[in-house]
Write a protein that binds this ligand. Sequence first.
Ligand code: SF4
Ligand code: SF4
Length: 517
Amino acid sequence: MKLPNNVVTQITQFLDKSLVLTDIEDRYAYSFEKIYEKKSYRIPDIVVRVDQFTNTSKLFNLAKDQDITVISRSTFDSRPIIEPSKITILLDDLKRPDMERRIEKPDDLKKTLIKKMQSNAYSVYHNIASVQQFMNLKESLNKCLQRDVCGGYCTITPSYQGIETWSAKGRMLLIKGLMKGELEYSKKIVDIMYTCSQCGNCFGECFEQLDFHKAITRIRQIIAEKKLTPKVFHTTASNIITSGDPAAIPAEKRLSWIENILGNSFPEKADYVYWVGCMVSYRTPKTAIAFYNILKNSRVSFTMLGRNEGCCGYVLLSSGLLDEARKVAKKTVEKIEKTKAKSLITPCAGCYYTFTKLFPEIVDIELPCEVLHSTQFIEREIKANKLVLNSLQAKVTYHDPCSLGRHCNVYETPRYILDAVPNLTITEMPFNQYQARCCGGGGGLWNYNHQISMDAALKRLSDDFIPLDINILTTACPLCQMNLRITARRNSIPVQVRDVTEIIESVMNENPYLNSR
Ligand code: SF4
Ligand code: SF4
């Protein structure tokens, strides 16, 4: 139906423009109710979003005068009869679903969910086809009907005033539309698919454990095949390939943090490779130094790749640029092989996730050695009584990075090592472990739209951290650290954001290198 322009103009005379949605992507997403539903009604001509304070009488009067059908979502129980010849307005008057509306799951379901997350093979639905197939199963529909959780569980939705098109559910419905040929790969759809931090928060909340974030990874690959990937990711890819850093910081600067300590020579072979990562090398050098000191203190034999290290390629894998990602992954394997190391250790949660999950799952490549996150190495050292910690009278909280927590199931280790510091008190934020709110930095979102990343970080800080009334927030990911720190600074939030490794290094007994900096 061709929409007479004047209807929209008339509505926007009494309702704010932002409440009136006319793009096909929004109207398509709103034409479904629960995610597994077959189409609920024909695609409405206009979606009007209102809340309990909106006076809708003018809208209803207009509808009456112009013979327009208005369907109210909140009273929709059976399919209304819609005459195809009439203009249809879908009134989105449901209470806005949001991240606060967490539904406590029954214990057995919770156990199954956590077990699935703990297993390496938790990813049951590897690609869109299977997610979509699952969405169409009758049993799924029945289980899902009363919940509709994913309409609100998205890190990003608050930045878009809760419009469901920008939620996990909206993205899945748009993918469904693309797969069925009912939608085109428009600029807006590409934008929606890249405005996702791939945090898996929606997966953590889904009663059916649908791994939405992986379906989004897959659709980004299809978008790349169609040569529609946003330009910024091509620039990032070429930076990674030419200089080894997503922002093209020259490789010579990678070692700035260490030059005063050591000069630039590393053994060719060693038991461990300290993989610093570009985020830690350039953006959180204190973490780089802290973990270097811990390794030195442990007396293990280790080496580093220095200016040849390069980038793990996380952004390439998450943005769907598979050819470039494969190239980078193969080079990484060659570099590690040369060291003959039995373990690679990294303080970067993103590199850890890339090496342990994304390499094998997406490009079918395995590193030739064990991969440890720095917190796992520290845990081993503490358990073997090789690392003795002094007391620290402080109160801290721990922010679970998605790459380490939800994606790799490392929840206990960072808490264990913080707990090993005498007199240190850990206070949990309300949303933690598999329900931890995402800082918004992952999935390439920081590259794509860092304002949206910072919106999410601000929510994490203002809603979860500030009420704790403490001033140290620890984490185990340089991207979380950087995003939370920059956001706190811009919003004058008094918080010290520190990597767990830095806390441990500061209380390490015997630290001959600490004073030499
Ligand atoms: S992965 Fe995170 S950002 Fe993406 S749809 Fe799910 S909750 Fe939203
Ligand atoms: S979160 Fe999962 S179970 Fe819940 S409505 Fe969405 S798809 Fe269904």
